[in-house]
Design a binder for this molecule. Sequence first.
Ligand code: ADP
Ligand code: ZN
Ligand code: MG
Length: 493
Amino acid sequence: MVDQNGQKSPVASGYEAVIGLEVHAQLLTQSKMFCGCSARYADAAPNTLVCVVCGGFPGALPVLNQAAVEAAIVTGLALNCDIPRFSKLDRKNYFYPDLPKGYQISQYDMPLAVDGHLEFASGGQTRRARITRVHVEEDTGRLVHRTEANGSRVSLIDLNRSGVPLMEIVGEPDLRSPEEARDYLTALRQILRYIGVSTGNMEEGAFRCDANVSVRERGGPLGAKVEVKNMNSFRAVERALRFEQERQTEALQTGQRIEQETRGWIEDRGVTMSQRTKEQAHDYRYFPEPDLPPLIVSEETVSGLTSRLPEMPAQRRARFAQQYGLAESESMQLTAERTVADFFETVAQSDGVDRPSSAANWIVNDLTGLQRSRGLAPDRLPLSARQLQDLLDALEQSRVTVRAAKELLPQIREGEAVMMAAARLNLLVLDAAGEIRDAVVATIAAFPAAVADYQGGKHAAIGRLIGETMRRTDGRADPEEVRRVLEEELIRG
Ligand code: ADP
Ligand code: ZN
Ligand code: MG
């Protein structure tokens, strides 16, 4: 269908997208899922974090990582899931060169968490999507394909990632647009970061999303779903879904049938390509993992983990707006990262005038700008809360002017006291007793004509003298203070 502007418009066509996401997130544990090898493989040389278990040697026995199980349960709780008392691990059988055992230990029919929901902001509204399940599994190794100097192409295997704990979060098909899918992912990642179970970093592969999408006549029965893979940013997920929505809508409009299939997103061409159809789907022959006992999750474990949950981003956002009188957009920005929200609250609660609003202003306008220009991660601010507090104190006590504070900000060193930085950079307001009076006396001596005018009754002549004194102090003096000292000296003289 084509609208008045000649644009293809799936939205106007009476068709709608139905989207359900499957997210894999790496769990931030010290060790791997079933052995003691370090799970922090980012900077390790290839194949240095491998043992007989994660190397897939026959007969090596797995030991379940308690921290990984707890992290997945905490995630389930944060996503309003039920935690069944009984759970188990299963073998998912398939062959791939990066999977040395020939099977992956995962969870099939008895996951750690079920039947939850996620509330998220989208298009100015609060939306809710149901969460089907959260389960744990192990990551695979990595294949590296490259061309050697002599032109031969080789495939190398690195097993450092083999056995790293993952959790999979499966969502119900409750999302209705690519934008909504992106907003859901944003909210989900925020929660994972708040509860500290994953970095949620998509570029580093710690947060991966397979997107299922079908198109149907609005309100009609569900269509066959297409699973799209290989997106490595939130933007790519949104683009891939929009491409699929348009492709499928067009196919339906021309009377074609959509086949259930898996497609890959090709970032630089902006298209999806078929990878395999339903007929080629794997049969994983799941069966209960015989080397691990089933899991009993006690009431005490669940209540213990529940008490560890921090305030969630959405609640914190609402509370910030209410308690500190912030604008919606400000509380949104200030709660995006837990560390920033903590930083804000520390400064907002410090003694001073209008601390919440000035803290919000400085963080949203100045600190995040500086953070961006320095290329810092979104959870790292370029100042400590203590330093911002001291800067606000200095402003309130007129020890620096607003202009000087803005100049000072990017030059404060890590751990440096704000007043020391201001002194080092000569940005302190001059103290009235000493330097201002010296400058005033020098000005009076240098401009006898203006002094005579003033003393002869032309009081406007003081403006000239104030300007000259300001020039002598490089603009660091408070002009009101200069006027006061000038008047004193002129009367005395
Ligand atoms: P499968 O049997 O292929 O694993 P599931 O029913 O378990 O399929 O769903 C897998 C994912 O696909 C879930 O995230 C779910 O929300 C989504 N999904 C299921 N059916 C549809 C559909 N008709 N359209 C879009 N997404 C769907
Ligand atoms: Zn190992
Ligand atoms: Mg399924």
